[in-house]
Design a protein around this ligand. Sequence first.
Ligand code: MG
Length: 171
Amino acid sequence: MALSKKMCAAINSQITAENESAYIYKAMGYKFEAMNLTVFAKWFHIQAAEEQAHAEKFARYILDRGSEVTLETIKAPKGKWKTPKEICSETLKHEEYITERINKLVDLAREERDHSTDSFLIWFVNEQIEEEASAAELLAMVELAGTLPQIFLLEDRLLRMIGEREQQPAE
Ligand code: MG
């Protein structure tokens, strides 16, 4: 069964949202580099690559269902962050926004009784639990540390967290 036009448009728009996420996380990564917080920067650059992989996963799905991918304009990241805390709190808000979008896609799939799309989206529903949890953890760490010198000391811990993440089997 082919994707409905409405479902295809909704998934296409999610590709844009994932690419926009990647763009925002790249900008955050560069901002952290400018602050000389290179491990935080690495974390955000890795996050950006993950978002691009999400966009790719949605694109593959549209193609597998015999429809066409339409790439749309990606907005420039508008964040004017001054502190690590501002970046981390925007990250959490952004992930909550992405979760809402994924939930709406599931609602649409269920409305249309499109069980294939419903099943495909479950991976993203679960992924968002992790994304929100890791964004919340990062924000909590930065808030606990408080000052910039203390945040600088967090980089060791963050580097270990990156190592642990990289050891997890890829999906
Ligand atoms: Mg994503």
